[in-house]
Design a protein around this ligand. Structure first.
Ligand code: TXA
Ligand code: MG
Length: 345
């Protein structure tokens, strides 16, 4: 086992830590770092041996390509070809930020990074530590979310430690991440572009810039982003998602049923729903129905917290607003859920 190197970043040590992290990346090592969405597990995107370490550390399926993180548009141009006018418009509007663009892959990017695809996913993150790390490394950084494959994405450095202790050379601890779910992935290799994964930037905002946007199923009928076909974001406990507006009675009934079978039940509820339930350490509130940003920020953390509190089943309240980042939250919950219960209005 390697010694774990978790470094809390503050204004005093910011530059020194990012410099050290950059050196580790340049030497072919793995550095976990905060982005505004979730923590990433980074390696030199142009070094196939380093990138291969990411797949092994996460037990990631070898056909699931990585996002390459850049610190400016020039760096994106170096690893791609034929960037369209539309792609530049999206970069201007949303970079740095939680938007990943699928672009034509340039010759310098090794096969292992893109899993042999002729496209490459590129994003410029907004977190100062991420940007400084990329600059110090002097190379683009390939980074998936820094969790074991299939688990909820890490929104705090402790989550990275829980999943990857001994498999990462350095963890830069920038506190809780701000957005809480991963970036929106948009394929801009054709016109109109298509949405491959909902995320931190809502569809409404994208459409303001590009007008038309196809969702993946409209394009092909099947998910086109390789990662979307795997079970994802799942805590140890089974997840039961209750969708609808008046969810209270259904959740009460489900609690009765599961407890009747001797199961320990955890709850992740909207504030309005929580008022009808007794507070306790197995009941968490992830935000108000009308505030999807707060719900997104607390989603993965709440799942991991309930796993620690040893519940068998987590009932999640899906009565929140699905506008903006709310759509991404619902997407992650549907993937995590072993059962979805829809309440009739
Ligand atoms: O916010 C985020 O996007 C975080 C932070 C660390 O930047 N990263 C992240 O990476 O979520 P990951 O590996 O967990 O998800 C990347 C997604 C996967 O669904 C993958 O299949 C898709 O992007 N992807 C990567 N390259 C692709 C490509 N060339 N074509 C289509 N989809 C691609
Ligand atoms: Mg991931």
């Amino acid at each position: 086992m390697k010694p774990v190197l978790l470094h809390r970043i503050d204004s005093q040590n910011f530059e020194e830590m990012c410099r050290r992290g950059g050196r580790v990346i340049r030497c072919g090592g793995l550095v976990a770092f905060p982005t505004e969405t979730v923590y990433g597990l980074g390696a030199d995107a142009l070094n196939p041996i380093a990138v291969d370490k990411i797949f092994r550390a996460k037990s990631r399926p070898s056909d699931n390509p990585l996002i390459v993180h850049v610190s400016d548009i020039k760096e994106a141009e170096c690893i791609t070809t034929n960037i369209s006018r539309l792609a530049y418009e999206l970069m201007d509007a949303f970079w740095p930020g939680p938007l990943t663009l699928i672009l034509r892959r340039g010759g310098v990017v090794p096969d292992v990074t893109t899993c042999g695809l002729d496209t490459v996913a590129v994003r410029m993150p907004a977190h100062p530590v991420a940007l400084a790390l990329i600059r110090e490394a002097g190379v683009p950084i390939a980074a998936p979310s820094a969790n074991t494959s299939g688990k909820p994405s890490p929104t705090a450095a402790e989550h990275v430690l829980d999943d990857l202790a001994g498999r990462v050379d350095m963890i830069l601890d920038g506190g809780m991440t701000e957005v809480g779910v991963e970036s929106t992935v948009v394929d801009v290799t054709h016109d109109p572009p298509s949405l491959l994964r909902p995320g931190g930037i809502g569809i409404e905002r994208l459409k303001e810039v590009i007008g038309d946007l196809k969702t993946e199923r409209e394009v092909t009928g099947v998910p086109r982003s390789p990662g979307m076909k795997y079970t994802h974001y799942a805590p140890e406990a089974g997840v039961v998602l209750v969708k609808g507006e008046s969810v209270v009675k259904t959740i009460q009934r489900l609690i009765g049923t599961y407890e009747g079978f001797g199961r320990r039940v955890g709850l992740i509820l909207c504030q309005e729903t929580a008022e009808s339930f007794e507070a306790g350490e197995r009941m968490l509130v992830f935000g108000k129905r009308g505030d999807p940003a707060s719900i997104a920020r607390n989603l993965f953390h709440s799942m991991r917290l309930l796993d620690r509190r040893e519940v068998d089943v987590i009932i999640v309240d899906g009565s929140f607003d699905q506008k903006d980042v709310g759509l991404a939250v619902m997407n992650r919950l549907e993937k995590a859920a072993s059962k979805v219960v829809a309440v009739k209005w």
